[in-house]
Design a protein around this ligand. Sequence first.
Ligand code: TRH
Length: 402
Amino acid sequence: MSTNTAGLPQERSFTRPPWTWDVFCRVIDNFGDIGVCWRLCADLAQRGHTVRLWIDDSSALAWMAPGAQQGLWPGIRVEDWSRLSDASYLQRLAPADVWVEGFGCSIAPEFIAHHANSMHSADPTYSQPPAWINLEYLSAEDYVTRCHALPSPVMQGPAQGWTKHFYYPGFSPGTGGLLREPPLETWQRGLDPAWRPAWLAAHGVDWHGERLISLFCYEPAALPQALADWMQSSAPVLLLITPGRAAHAVTAALPQARVIAGLQHDMGQLRLHYLESMSQVEFDALLHCCDLNLVRGEDSLVRAIWAGNPFVWNIYPQEDGAHASKLLAFLERMEASSLVRQLHLLWNGLELALPATALHPLPHWGRLPLDDWQRQVRAWRTGLQGQPDLVTGLIGFLEKRR
Ligand code: TRH
């Protein structure tokens, strides 16, 4: 083991990529933790890296990345979190070059100790500490540029003297960027007009040229009003509803929506289609198909941006209300028009953040100027595409420390 003058282990000196990575993920709720970590793993593997994904509940991968649990994705092995404390299992593993701790999930102490002890016992395969990255949540707030890439020395335990680095995804230069796998743009360029009806038919969607809206949300405050507006829309609307919370939210909101729309039995211009859970790859395709995407959380927001169609973001609600300033920072960063800003605040039940006069007249969800809005989204997307994506940035960050 190499040490510095203070007797502490020196930072890892890297060979050229590709590297081996340990990505750590604990599922708190919903699908964002696993969704982001899986995208990271898939992106790394596509670039030739070898990845182990340590996860405490991989069940969502059955639909999000079919075959992943069975080891059918080249370069990626899904590992059960419980094995991080299985000494005999760890004995058989080669050390990774990089650890990525997803969203401060706290790597099992036994795993850290195994690496440190192997270094102390002069095991030649364990010559240095890994590069240790703490991957944070996405935000457009200003603190992200201040905190991105900051070191965080480990002060105690077997890894004392090692250094973690915070890695903050973000929308502007000086942040860690956004996940955007290199083949995405080539795939987008290959889409032709026949692609959309073919994709919809293949997914059992009976489409007759209606305005297509995807719904992936929590329980948006404005859902009853939006459903009512679509019932009275200027053109027919086909709402594609993802399973789980979005589907339940629609069921709960429909009676109120009918009352608002003055319709007792039928739904006017609105037709509903309930989707099955689909893989991330197909989910991305869904967002490319739709004229308006109602997305949530973190990962689906980023994918809606790359899809380049109008979107409204249902931000993950936090008990302390911190999501309000996070949403406002995002709208600011996107330079959202006043209409887009209003729609976001209404959707999230945060309209009190608007000046009292701003909401008159209330926007009508069935009469939105989608073409103009699409131009705005695509202009912003072009700017973001000019920045390095998260994996390119992360590899560059690690290489600089070689
Ligand atoms: O599920 P989410 O609400 O996740 C949230 C957020 O990430 C939030 O910030 C975090 O704190 C919380 O989880 C714990 O939304 P998100 O981030 O969009 O993740 C959903 C993932 O599910 C995304 O990768 C897309 C994927 N998905 C599919 O692959 N197929 C599907 O059919 C659907 C509906 C989603």
